[in-house]
Design a protein around this ligand. Structure first.
Ligand SMILES: NC(=O)c1ccc[n+]([C@@H]2O[C@H](COP(=O)([O-])OP(=O)(O)OC[C@H]3O[C@@H](n4cnc5c(N)ncnc54)[C@H](O)[C@@H]3O)[C@@H](O)[C@H]2O)c1
Length: 268
């Protein structure tokens, strides 16, 4: 397949994991469409990737925006969709996320991006991939969940629930597509603590950033936070033909945390 002949769409491509995935997929020879609710940040990613990558505004919560974006895609077979857009909901909406103080407003805000956005993305990608077959090599959807979606997280009920739902949606999409005979795979990456702008509120940008990151990583067997590029590596593999027998599964990138002896946080 000629370089650039297959399309990879990435949501949340303006920052962190989405940006790293877009840059990586561009290096792998895909024509990348970097999308984000913040068009200028998606454009910066497309510029960094270089031609033929380009940018589109896409608020993943908005069904009409998905229609517009898919109508505006270059006339190439869609090979990859990476659903990386996501929010923690901390600070964006008032109220904490423990089970006693979580408001419906916060819950809906988080589910709107992290769950509804992924559902809409999968629906649009399935339609595009089932007909074009990813340009003869099949299509691959990669959703970004979180370690939070595999645990009880008392201070992040909305975020954790949204990410558990992403894992569930991915499995359902995978089984649906396989059962229907579509050339479409769907998998999930499950990152632990990855040093991206999502952590800015916790890590800050000051001289003690590395020290704070070390505290976040205190329980991680590999002894550090992960990088967006390390997650992008896994996404690129799941997007590629190298993972052709892999669908409906989760690839965990947590520095060994899930394998370590659990230490339950205590509030008293
Ligand atoms: N950083 C981590 O430790 C970590 C761990 C596990 C999972 N994740 C998940 O990885 C994904 C990427 O996170 P990140 O760490 O790169 O965060 P980030 O904040 O750096 O990037 C998130 C991007 O999503 C975009 N976005 C937000 N709302 C959007 C919307 N409605 N429509 C389209 N784009 C929107 C933002 O503009 C931003 O560019 C998220 O789904 C996040 O939940 C991150």
């Amino acid at each position: 397949m000629a370089p650039g002949a297959r399309l990879a769409v990435v949501t949340g491509a303006g920052s962190g994991i989405g940006r790293a995935a877009a840059l990586r997929l561009a290096r792998d020879g895909f024509t990348v469409v970097a999308t984000d609710v913040r068009l200028e940040s998606a454009q910066a990613t497309a510029d960094a990737a270089g031609p033929p990558a380009h940018a589109l505004a896409l608020d993943v919560r908005d069904e009409a925006a998905w229609e517009r974006a898919f109508t505006a895609l270059p006339p190439l077979p869609l090979a990859v969709l990476v659903n990386a857009a996501g929010i923690t909901g901390f600070g964006a909406v008032p109220g904490g996320q423990d089970p006693e103080s979580l408001t419906l407003e916060t819950l809906r805000a988080v589910l709107g991006v992290n769950l509804e956005g992924v559902v809409l993305g999968c629906r649009h990608a399935i339609r595009a991939m089932r007909d074009a077959g990813g340009g003869g090599e099949g299509g691959s959807i990669v959703n970004v969940a979180s370690r939070a979606g595999t645990l009880g997280v008392p201070g992040a009920v909305a975020y954790a629930a949204s990410k558990a739902a992403v894992i569930s949606v991915s499995r359902s999409v995978a089984v649906h597509c396989a059962g229907a005979g579509y050339p479409v795979r769907c998998n999930t990456v499950v990152p632990g603590a990855i040093d991206t702008p999502m952590w800015s509120a916790v890590l800050g940008d000051g001289p003690d950033r590395a020290e704070r990151a070390a505290r976040v990583a205190a329980d991680v067997p590999l002894g550090r936070m992960g990088t967006a590029e390390e997650v992008a590596e896994a996404i690129a593999w799941l997007a590629s033909e190298a993972s052709s027998y892999v669908t409906g599964t989760e690839l965990v990138l947590d520095g060994g945390l899930a394998a370590a002896t659990p230490t339950a946080p205590r509030t008293k």
